[in-house]
Write a protein that binds this ligand. Structure first.
Ligand SMILES: [Mn+2]
Length: 470
């Protein structure tokens, strides 16, 4: 039992880390003020992330809820925040109380004192007083804003209020969208942290390119990537690394990373370190043997041209739809030239080989709020540009699913017959190229441009040895 207890506490040790030191408490206060200005009436109540059991008495490593972190910087589990616009005491926290006995096992925690001193709560309470204290704050209020994304918490509050119908808020509104809107425009400090996450990820890409060779397993590359992250101060991956070779290069969210790579494979590496809570998301695709074959080049060049065009047109005032249309147009023309589609006007044909969106927002989440299709881009937004082409080995069987979109069986038969030779030629080649782009006042900055993406640059880097694999 002693051993089990020890394992439990070792594994659930809080990461009271450099994270908090990264952003000044004033910036968190400014964000809270901006949010409170956006809602005219009412109070805001939200809960941070809780800890989840992994198995037995071992927990998953804790990560704070992004919206809660964005407004408080508070990085311990089981905290709640109450914002009271217009009142003298407008930032109230409920936290786990400091416990000297627990401190021996898990290290210091902030406690009520820390919530006020370090995180500048106007006042703070221990969690076990929550239900009673919160009622006194909500009495005679009209509206309470809750995160509808946290259903468990929202229903707890709703039932708490229902037991005292009359004097408590009758209107319950969703706060998520207000916070999501704020998060779209990144501050100077946020961009700095994102650049750091991206630099670490670029470094991992370069080391991976140098190390990759036939007969290695995908997980060896995934392990090397993780090593580079941790060594450079990244606390964890923003999402599980995708290292997909050969047939796996055509699977969009392949995460098993189990296959032994062989000579003629392409390998897609879609990876992103997290730093100071901010995620990178950068994809590169390289030939396992370090030399692009003619077939690999054919596909790669189309994706590269499409990706560059998408990145280079970035500026305030355009939309992510504009970028998507441009990138997709280039993919479509390229597929036509290679004989992989027969009709440039057909939407479904292109989607056989390119079936995902070109862009998404990036920030505290790998898929950050924002980048809504017809929303005009503004300086300070960060998003990805990541077209791809995937010649999956089952594509010509799966294409019959298009009948659900109203495509006739005859049309599909004709398509399959016409593209078969090109399909056989390019089978099992998957290519995705992804960069992280910041919108500036005058245009854009490609934050991940240091990861090689030109064929000659990749081949040159891959020809260098790696200190990680002799
Ligand atoms: Mn992405």
């Amino acid at each position: 039992m002693a051993f089990r207890v020890k394992v439990f506490f070792m594994i659930s040790i809080f990461f009271v880390s450099h994270i908090f030191a990264e952003i000044n408490t004033n910036e968190f206060a400014q964000r809270r003020d901006k949010l409170m200005q956006k809602i005219s009436q009412g109070v805001i109540l939200m809960r941070g992330a809780v800890e989840y059991a992994r198995n037995g008495d071992v927990n998953f490593k804790f990560r704070q809820n992004s919206n809660f972190y964005y407004l408080s910087g508070f990085d311990e589990p089981d905290a709640t925040m109450l914002l009271l616009p217009g009142e003298a005491q407008k930032f109230i926290m409920f936290v786990k109380p400091f416990n000297a006995h627990m401190a021996v096992w898990v290290g210091e925690s902030y406690g009520v004192e820390g919530a006020m001193k370090i995180f500048k709560a106007d006042t703070a309470f221990a969690n076990d007083t929550f239900d009673d204290v919160i009622k006194s704050y909500l009495r005679n209020k009209e509206t309470v804003y809750l995160p509808f994304s946290d259903q468990e918490f929202a229903s707890h509050i709703t039932s708490l209020l229902n037991t005292h119908y009359g004097r408590y808020p009758k209107k319950i509104e969703d706060i998520d969208q207000y916070i999501n809107d704020l998060r779209q425009i990144k501050s100077t400090k946020e961009i700095e942290l994102m650049q750091k996450a991206i630099d670490i990820t670029v470094d991992a890409h370069k080391e991976a390119m140098k190390a990759i060779k036939p007969d290695m397993h995908e997980y060896e590359i995934a392990a090397l990537i993780k090593y580079i992250y941790l060594k450079n101060g990244s606390e964890r991956s923003g999402f599980p690394s995708i290292v997909g070779s050969g047939p796996n290069s055509t699977i969009l969210h392949y995460e098993k990373n189990e296959r032994k790579m062989t000579q003629n494979d392409m390998v897609v590496m879609d990876i992103g370190a997290e730093y100071g809570m901010y995620s990178a998301d950068v994809t590169r695709t390289v030939p396992v043997d370090g030399k692009f074959s003619e077939e690999q080049k054919d596909i790669y060049k189309i994706v590269l041209e499409s990706q560059k065009a998408g990145v280079e047109m970035t500026k305030p005032g355009i939309t992510l739809s504009d970028i998507s249309n441009k990138s997709t147009e280039i993919i479509k023309n390229g597929l036509f030239d290679l004989g992989l589609i027969t009709d440039k006007e057909s939407r479904w044909q292109t989607s056989v080989w390119f079936m995902h969106g070109v862009s998404h927002g990036l920030g505290l989440e790998t898929h950050d709020p924002g980048g809504y299709r017809n929303q005009k881009l503004e300086a300070g937004m960060v998003f990805t540009v990541e077209p791809g082409i995937y010649i999956g080995e089952n594509a010509l069987e799966n294409v019959y699913m298009m009948s659900r979109m109203g495509v006739s069986k005859d049309a599909i038969d004709a398509f399959v017959e016409a593209v078969k030779p090109a399909f056989e030629k390019y089978k099992n080649i998957g290519v995705r190229i992804e960069d992280d782009v910041l919108v500036t006042e005058t245009g854009y900055r490609n934050l991940s441009e240091k990861a090689p993406r030109e064929i000659s640059d990749i081949e040159k880097l891959m020809s260098k040895g790696s200190k990680f694999t002799e």
